[in-house]
Design a protein around this ligand. Structure first.
Ligand code: HGA
Length: 610
């Protein structure tokens, strides 16, 4: 969500901060700000709106410095105002940027007010600034003051702090939100996401829970939660600058939709290289973990949850393993009857989704030590907290509406299904070979679906003026209807609901009239005839239907029934291919409505708050 970048260098860091913030903007974009130490003074620029506006203001004010911190905000505490934008300062002496939520901010605010501090914002973050200042006043240096403040903060945070008392230093801390260090030559960086600093360095250290870090130009010292100096491994990031650039595309979402054949090919590469579904794809000790499971519990949020719902059909039908799927934010707060012989699978693009992370922690506290994470970001928190991991290799996903992360998650979940089936003796050699072949063909089949874009675009123009839409699917395609409705809501703001087509007559059919477009995912599978009957029910009520069918689904078109046929029938992997046209529909409907496709209102990428 919010983004942090900080830099200490022998050169002007303002361009580094601004470029970093632009790359982080997809994570939160209601306001942005920087604070630098210039000539012994804290200078700050903040603006609501986009980073570009803040950049122009910083230029106009002639801000240059060799030490500074920056932030893009997605407000949780306090409205979208300049006063609430980060960095927050205390007595003009120190500045703080913060991702996360301080749960005891009210109590700390009262305490600090009693100590004479006044507050200029409604944010929880300002509490951190004053608290660190208060500890400095007690004689602590900046590092010790941050460590002392951290002990008094409850909740989740990643912070970066600079103080005019120590102008050659920047301090960071993390608890529950990601923060990493970038190591340069005579310069060092802090960031919530490697994309913010990849233009400056690829050498990174991922901080762990409870860590604080002390950065100067010359060195970096990391301390663990107990305050002991520790060594954390250095990694070489493989995030490419090209993956963070738009290239010839208009939007990141469009780029990422079109990157799916490549992303899927990269994600299945290890399976193809192994020529089979082997447990080692999930980690060295995967056979022991997966071998004797009695069930699968999938935990995820949003689009990842729909990937989980799709997988449930596969896991039960192909592997014969009972599977339930639950929204992580619900699971974490209910009394769960745990069976430690169930495999807990968490799905998160960023690997930092707070609700999913907390659900995983809760599952572990209930005795689940068979855990698997499906994630797109190496070294992120959720895979690190899991026994097994399967990395989707979608590359950086910048568009807030997930596309390539979703389809690659499906590929990973299908791989899990087949691996479980094989371990349980339910995957004959010929069937394994056939599935492998389906996977090999998949990037091509997805490309064929992408080629439908001009037809989908024509449909989208009919959608753009609508206020509501219904999406229908059955069986394994029902979650694709859910995902299609979510995509449309997220980026075009058209209210959309998805139903299993058989459920229509139990209520939602009442909504159908000539103003309600109904999108139907209707591939040629065992439920096709049932779906056709459901379509007749809609047609009889005057509804206009937009049917995504297979080439061989034999749908008749009429004035009321429009049909687009995906050119290849891909059997069990059909939900992956049928995801493409619903993504394109949402994208083009949003374009036609003129919304900000990559930065839809009120949303942000990587939901690291509750
Ligand atoms: N609570 C802080 C930071 C919010 C955040 O991390 N969002 O992702 C605020 O509201 O400013």
């Amino acid at each position: 969500m919010c983004g942090i970048v900080g830099a200490i260098a022998g050169r002007d860091v303002v361009p580094v901060l601004v470029e970093g913030l632009k790359r982080l903007e997809y994570r939160g974009y209601d306001s942005a700000g920087i604070a630098v130490l210039d000539d012994g003074q804290v200078r700050r620029v903040r603006r609501t709106g986009r980073v570009a506006e803040m950049e122009a203001a910083a230029q106009a004010e002639g801000i240059h410095a060799q030490l500074g911190i920056g932030h893009t905000r997605w407000a949780t505490h306090g409205g979208v105002t300049e006063a609430n934008a980060h960095p927050h300062v205390s007595f003009g002496e120190l500045a703080v940027v913060h991702n996360g939520i301080i749960e005891n901010h009210d109590a700390q605010r009262d305490r600090l007010k009693a100590l004479g501090y006044t507050f200029e914002s409604q944010t929880d973050t300002e509490v951190i600034a004053h608290l660190v200042h208060h500890h400095q006043q007690q004689g602590h240096d900046l590092l010790a003051a941050v460590q002392a403040a951290a002990k008094e903060l409850h909740g989740a945070y990643a912070i970066a702090v600079v103080s005019k008392r120590e102008p050659g230093r920047m301090v960071g801390a993390r608890m529950g939100c990601p923060l990493l260090v970038g190591l340069g030559e005579g310069e060092n960086f802090l960031a919530s996401d490697v994309s913010a600093i990849v233009q400056a360095t690829r050498r990174v250290i991922f901080l762990e829970e409870g860590d604080t870090v002390d950065l100067t130009r010359e060195g970096v010292r990391v301390f663990d939660a107990s305050g002991a100096l520790v060594t954390r491994d250095e990694h070489l990031s493989d995030v490419s600058l090209a993956s963070l650039e738009l290239g010839p595309y208009r939007h990141f979402m469009q780029k990422e939709i079109h990157e799916q054949p490549r992303a899927i090919a990269d994600t299945i590469e290890q399976v193809i290289a192994n020529n089979g579904f082997v447990p080692q794809l999930f980690g060295a000790n995967a056979e022991a973990v997966l071998g004797d499971i009695e069930g699968v519990q999938i935990l995820a949020c949003g689009t990842s949850y729909y990937a989980g719902l799709t997988a449930r059909y596969w896991i039960e039908a192909i592997a014969g393993v009972p599977c339930s799927v639950e929204i992580a934010s619900e699971y974490r707060y209910r009394t769960v009857v745990a069976n430690p012989k169930h495999l807990v699978v968490t799905i998160s693009q960023s690997g930092e989704t707070l609700d999913t992370m907390e659900a995983l922690k809760y599952a572990k506290s209930l005795g689940h030590d068979k855990t698997l994470s499906i994630c797109n970001v190496p070294e992120s928190a959720i895979p690190r907290a899991s026994a097994l991991v399967y990395y989707t290799r979608a590359g950086a996903e910048i568009g807030v509406a997930s596309t390539k992360a979703f389809t690659t998650q499906l590929v990973a979940l299908f791989t899990l299904t087949c691996t479980l089936a094989k371990l349980r003796g339910r995957l004959a050699q010929a069937q394994e070979a056939a599935y492998l072949d389906d996977l090999r063909q998949l990037p091509g089949s997805v490309q064929h679906a992408l080629n439908l874009e001009p037809q989908v675009q024509v449909w989208s123009e009919r959608f753009a003026p609508k206020q509501h839409a219904l999406f229908l699917g059955r069986g394994v395609h029902y979650p694709i209807a859910l995902e299609g409705a979510l995509k449309l809501k997220e980026i075009s703001y058209i209210h959309a609901e998805a139903y299993p087509a058989g459920e229509l007559k139990h209520g939602p059919l009442a909504l159908v009239d000539t103003e309600m477009p109904v999108v139907v995912i209707a591939p040629n599978d065992s439920l096709l005839e049932k779906v056709k009957s459901n379509i007749q029910e809609v047609r009889a009520r005057g509804g206009e239907m937009f049917v995504f069918a297979d080439l061989d689904s034999h749908f008749g078109e009429s004035e009321q029934v429009h049909v687009i046929r995906t050119p290849r029938h891909v059997g069990v992997l059909s939900p992956i291919v049928h995801s493409i046209p619903v993504q394109l529909l949402a994208y083009h409907a949003a374009l036609a409505r003129g919304t900000d496709v990559d930065k839809p209102r009120n949303l942000a990428k990587s939901v690291t708050v509750e």
